[in-house]
Design a protein around this ligand. Structure first.
Ligand SMILES: *[C@@H]1O[C@H](CO)[C@@H](O)[C@H](O)[C@H]1NC(C)=O
Ligand SMILES: [Ca+2]
Ligand SMILES: [Zn+2]
Length: 590
């Protein structure tokens, strides 16, 4: 091994955290490239994500055409990236990809000396004619490359990661990868997953295979650090319904209680399992005739058997409904969704969502952990103690939808890795999409009232966000370094996009079941889901907006171009917005 591999000591980006305070605020320019992780060792690890470049090609005739004629997505994508970025052969590896009704998506990784670079990725979108319609990449040109032969073995790396993360290696197969660092070097790393059921931690740790330091981390858990606000009494505004056969058999082929191997009569099926207790204890409730009628008694604690059963039933119902309608709009097996059995339609199975209702590991919160395709998403729902009796997060649909949507956005951005919404800015987009999806699901007609999250669980009129929807424009990001605060800005932008589309294109009440009609609320969710697959890894607000514009061109030939631009521009994301400066201009012709 060359000597310089040993002396190339990794400069760990660790800073002392002040007591219990959260990670240090990044300077604005780093919102899009960094994320701090608090470590068990009372220090902070700054993970670096090379900035993504994102090109969209609209419908201009001279956009890049791939050079091959075949129907070989892998070969076409590699050929395009290598030629477009003028790279030598063997610089790019295909990671995942799929074809849907309007586009072909390929997700790739940069390769150096035969080893993939975990955070240097690319995605190419081809339209039906094989023309490139979008291209995102975060490739690097490192100045230092260590030896590709590890100096420390996997077992040592596991021991190191377990102590730094305070958890246990979960036996998911480890890999050896490069990871690009902020100092323009790459580190050779053992990449392995660490979990801690008691703290809810679930990360992918990158342990430098030469120095033994943890140099990078993927956090699979989208944390919801909800704000506790003043408590004003409020009753749930909607009563319980008795819902018959809600499963959509076009999305869930065998219904909600059959995974192709067995039929269940409990809250367990192909898309989700909901049970009371911690994540390790996958029990579920039994109901002999699929008759989940458990009246909730609001005057008793949520932990009574009847109330727990009501909560499990509701969590199972909501997760399956979101599975079914998001499937219709493109979150399919091939697009890395959550199902045990994929019925031969591609993607990895055995990853239904595992919902722990009244999970004892936390309170006044909820989590969703999104590991890569093929490992179950984990939704942890907690009790809330702002009132007496306490309230159950699993009885507030908006919180369930918010959490499940973390799974959708984390899986669809970047091709199923769960590793592409890691920066502050993209993490904030993630929170925004989750609220926007929860809002989308509530609409029953063309009115667009203010939207609140968490009114029930907090027993307060204002809920858990600072505003029902934020009136702050894009430039507010300059002052924010917390993903939920950033998410409020994006959720509000999408709230305005939704309102503009519904105003111009009308409202279709059966949108959950029919994504093919041309109505505002349908167009909104189409572009929402389509854009996730188009945008680059760790997108910025600007790139997320550009992916929406391109998505509309791909599916609707840009029919909503000016509506979208008008709405984005109204919140500061106009054509000349950038560097956290607002711009309110729309393109000429709009
Ligand atoms: C480490 O994990 C244990 C549970 O496995 C927990 O009790 C403890 O508080 C954790 N320590 C830190 C510093 O997070
Ligand atoms: Ca899957
Ligand atoms: Zn969230």
């Amino acid at each position: 091994m060359p000597v310089n591999a040993l002396v190339n000591i990794v400069v760990l980006a660790v800073m002392l955290a002040s007591g219990a305070a959260a990670a240090p605020p990044p300077v604005t320019s780093q919102l899009a490239t960094l994320r701090a992780h608090d470590l068990a060792t009372d220090s902070v690890l700054l993970s670096y994500y090379p900035e993504s470049t994102f090109e969209t090609f609209g419908k201009s005739a001279d956009r890049p055409v791939h050079k091959r004629a075949g129907d070989d997505l892998k070969g076409d994508a590699i050929a395009f990236v290598e030629s477009h970025l003028k790279l030598g052969p063997d610089s790019v590896a295909f990671k995942s990809g799929y074809v849907n009704d309007i586009a072909k998506h390929a997700y790739l990784k940069q390769v150096i000396k035969g080893i993939p670079v975990a955070n240097a990725v690319a995605n190419v979108v081809f339209d039906k004619d094989g023309k490139v319609s979008a291209f995102g990449y975060s490739f690097v040109k490192p100045t230092t490359i260590p030896s590709t032969t590890p100096s420390i073995n996997l077992q040592e790396a596991i021991t190191r990661a377990e102590s730094v993360v305070n958890g246990t290696y979960n036996q998911h197969p480890a890999t050896l990868e490069f990871v690009a660092k902020q100092d323009n070097s790459v580190a050779l790393a053992h990449v392995l997953q660490i979990e801690n059921e008691h703290t809810g931690a679930w990360v992918e740790a990158f342990v430098d295979a030469h120095s033994g330091d943890v140099v990078h981390m993927t956090d699979f858990v989208a944390k919801s650090s909800y704000r506790a606000l003043h408590i004003t009494k409020q009753y749930p505004t909607q009563g319980f319904d008795t819902i018959l056969d809600p499963q959509d058999l076009l999305s869930s082929r065998l219904g909600w209680h059959n995974d192709g191997r067995a039929t269940t009569t409990i809250t367990a099926g192909n898309n989700a399992v909901a049970y009371g207790g911690p994540q390790s204890l996958t029990t579920s409730q039994s109901s002999p005739i699929l008759n989940f009628i458990y009246p909730q008694n609001p005057n008793q604690q949520p932990t009574t058997q009847a109330n727990l059963d009501a909560a499990r039933t509701n969590a199972f119902y909501v997760a399956n409904v979101v599975h079914d309608f998001s499937y219709k709009y493109g979150f399919t097996e091939e697009a890395f969704n959550f199902q045990n059995n994929n019925f031969g339609y591609g993607g990895y199975g055995n990853d239904r969502v595992s919902i722990s209702v009244q999970d004892p590991s936390g309170r006044n919160n909820a989590f969703f952990a999104t590991p890569p395709d093929g490992q179950s998403g984990r939704m942890s729902m907690f009790l809330w103690d702002h009132s007496n009796p306490w309230r159950d997060g699993s009885l507030e649909n908006s919180i369930l939808i918010h959490e499940y949507t973390h799974g959708i956005t984390n899986r669809m951005t970047g091709g199923g890795t769960g590793a592409c919404l890691q920066t502050y800015e993209s993490g904030g987009l993630g929170e925004g999409w989750s609220d926007a999806m929860a809002e989308w699901a509530t609409h029953r007609d063309s009115s667009v009232p203010d939207f609140y999250v968490g009114q029930y669980v907090t027993n307060s009129a204002s809920g858990i966000r600072r505003y029902p929807y934020s009136t702050n424009p894009y430039s507010t990001l300059r002052f924010l370094n917390e993903v939920h605060d950033i998410g409020e800005v994006w959720a509000n932008i999408l709230h305005n996009v939704y309102a503009a589309l519904v105003k111009q294109r009308g409202f279709f009440p059966d949108a959950r079941f029919n994504p093919t009609v041309f109505f505002g609320n349908v167009i909104f969710l189409r572009n929402f889901i389509d854009a996730l697959a188009i945008q680059p890894c760790n997108p910025t607000f600007i790139q997320a907006r550009n992916a929406w514009i391109q998505a509309d061109i791909n599916r609707y030939d840009g029919a909503n171009y000016c509506i979208l631009w008008g709405a984005f521009a109204s919140r500061g994301l106009g054509v000349d917005a950038g560097n956290y400066q607002d711009d309110f201009n729309v393109p000429s012709g709009c």
